[in-house]
Design a protein around this ligand. Structure first.
Ligand code: ADP
Length: 304
């Protein structure tokens, strides 16, 4: 029996340099990437929808059409007059990647401004997914609206999954980031942090401290990703390390964490076994980092 999966956040226009110096256009964003991999890994009796806000320009139309062609539902997407999607560019210099963002006034910042629409979309879903970036881009009041709806979903037994995806530059202060991330975890059943981010921005000295901290905030299960070291599942006072898949040559780690989350959720929602889900997710992430770009086509993932 399938279900209804709703991912909430911001998808942006991505510009990257092709070999001939031309710019290549794509669409990506952490919560959208996870929706993409959940779609690739879940059977057809699951619906995957994306909740965001877009503008009324041609680029917004193109992005929505792209989502639809990937099998991701767009019926809940708000369209705002005169607004545009956020944009980022991947700069490549001497093999090192850096990012420039134009997202301060993107339509997605208003995704939670209509509380009724948000509530209706969440009520119509069985599984909710959001990230620290979703919270960071919202006006504080709207972040609280979103968190209240997610707490309501959690209280009636829905799966609420959260990747803290710590990005200090998106927050007005570290204090604000720490407070809202804790609130995000409180509204969630499952938290999926990356250890290097947590160590850098929360000062965790071990994976166990990350797990303990998120449990204290109120998460039921914590899955800590740790690059080539694998992922550790923390639930009911037990910690289980699930190793990563060995990869000969890493091509591009963009979306490693997002694809891991999508693969983990897809498996976990069908089978309910977090250890098997983490092993499956590690296989997905290993394939993703051997290809360029955030969104690897389902064909290349070769899901058995
Ligand atoms: P993020 O992209 O959020 O920083 P990680 O770097 O922890 O996340 O990677 C997420 C997952 O991707 C890991 O749990 C692992 O399964 C996989 N992964 C990342 N880097 C490697 C690597 N070098 N070799 C194999 N697997 C990797």
């Amino acid at each position: 029996m399938g279900g209804r999966f709703l991912s909430i956040g911001e998808c942006m226009v991505e510009l990257s340099q092709a070999d001939d110096g031309h710019l290549r256009k794509g669409f990506a964003g952490d919560t959208f990437n996870t929706a993409w991999y959940a779609r690739a890994c879940l059977p057809a009796d699951w619906s995957i929808d994306y909740f965001t806000a877009l503008g009324d320009d041609a680029m917004s139309d193109e992005m929505a059409a792209f989502m639809g062609s990937a099998g991701i539902g767009t019926a809940n997407i708000r369209r705002l007059r005169g607004k545009t999607p956020g944009l980022y560019m991947i700069n490549l210099k001497d093999g090192e990647r850096s990012f420039s963002y134009w997202r301060d006034s993107s339509a997605a910042r208003q995704l939670a401004a209509d509380g009724d629409a948000l509530r209706a979309a969440i009520e119509a879903s069985d599984v909710l997914y959001f990230s620290g970036i979703t919270l960071a881009i919202l006006p504080r009041e709207d972040a609280y609206t979103l968190l209240a709806e997610l707490r309501r979903a959690k209280a009636i037994g829905k799966v609420v999954a959260f990747d803290p995806n710590l990005r200090p530059r998106l927050w007005s202060s570290l204090d604000a980031m720490h407070t809202l991330i804790a609130d995000g975890a409180r509204a969630s059943t499952l938290v999926m942090p990356s250890f290097d981010d947590e160590a850098a921005h929360f000062g965790d000295d071990s994976i166990s401290s990350t797990i303990r901290r998120y449990h204290q905030y109120g998460a039921n299960m914590v899955v800590v990703k740790n690059g080539p070291e694998g992922a550790t599942i923390g639930s009911d006072a037990e910690e289980t390390l699930v190793p990563a898949v060995k990869v000969g040559k890493v091509i591009d780690t963009t979306s490693a964490g997002d694809s891991f989350n999508g693969g983990f959720l897809a498996h976990y929602l069908q089978h309910g076994d977090p250890i098997a889900a983490a092993a499956f997710a590690a296989e997905i992430a290993a394939k993703v980092i051997q290809e360029y770009g955030a969104l690897v086509s389902p064909k290349k993932l070769k899901i058995a």
